[in-house]
Write a new protein. Structure first.
Length: 262
């Protein structure tokens, strides 16, 4: 199935001077990767079903169901959607709303989700005195109130950190210790410890757990079973994986996704 109202097919959000415009994206049975690009407008990528992984601003950002990743205008980013993803994208004119000046994942209320959907079905040339224009003003005011969620993995441009990130993203079940990784990147354990905190703000253990959480959210949102995700991440038991997930997000995977249908 081809996505509808695609930005590259007669839909260029940067040609509009309206405060915000929106579009839908829908895929089935295959993964989609959008290469690195940027917009003059800021972009909110909203996952209605499935998940999106966004690479931007020295980090990896996960967009599980009913959240959105905010990318301010002018920041280069790329997106990869799971095979069952259904998305909406909101493009916001610079200074049209009091939104963060940095990339972040935002909680999205049902009302905001519905308003973005309504806007995506509307003409991008709506008049300043129209109902759509008034809806956009309310939408942007509400969006500015949404809290941030910690669904990102900081990845610096340092070649040794990127080497570790690439290896663990490719094989998240890798259980090598900090000492093992230090030897692989030709550093002392103490030097790698300092470098990891300096470049990412996290200890190696906390950083790897965050990576595993991001992979878990992406895979679960993509329809994978809990047992399968546990195996993918190299956990010795499903129970251990569920405990990690609950400690990080306050709920088991089943309860978390019960409120966020796939």
């Amino acid at each position: 199935m081809k996505p509808y109202r695609v930005a590259t097919d007669d839909f260029d959000p940067d040609t509009s001077d309206r405060p915000a415009v929106a579009m839908h994206l829908d895929w089935a049975n295959y993964e989609v990767e959008v290469p690195s690009h940027k917009h003059r407008k800021g972009q909110l990528i909203l996952a209605l079903r499935g998940a999106v992984t966004c690479m931007a601003a020295g980090g990896i950002w996960i967009v599980p169901p009913h959240c959105g990743v905010w990318v301010p205008g002018g920041i280069t980013h790329s997106n990869r959607a799971t095979s069952n993803a259904r998305l909406s994208a909101l493009f916001v004119e610079p200074d049209a709303a009091a939104l963060p000046d940095h990339c972040c994942t935002l909680s999205i209320s049902p009302m905001i989700r519905e308003m973005i959907g309504r806007l995506a079905d509307s003409s991008i040339d709506y008049r300043p005195d129209s109902h759509t224009f008034r809806l956009v003003r309310v939408l942007l005011d509400e969006l500015a109130l949404m809290p941030e969620e910690q669904f990102n993995l900081p990845v610096s441009d340092h070649p040794k950190i990127r080497q570790i990130a690439k290896a663990l993203t490719t094989n998240p079940a890798d259980r090598c210790t900090l000492a093992d990784w230090a030897a692989r990147v030709a550093l002392s354990e103490r030097s790698l410890t300092r470098l990891m905190i300096q470049e990412t703000g996290l200890t190696f253990g906390r950083w790897r757990q965050q990576l595993q959480l991001i992979v878990a959210l992406r895979e679960l949102a993509g329809g994978a079973a809990v047992q399968q995700v546990s195996d993918t991440l190299g956990y010795e038991s499903v129970t251990a994986f569920i405990l990690m997930f609950k400690k990080a997000l306050g709920q088991t995977p089943a309860r978390y996704f019960a409120k966020r249908p796939l």
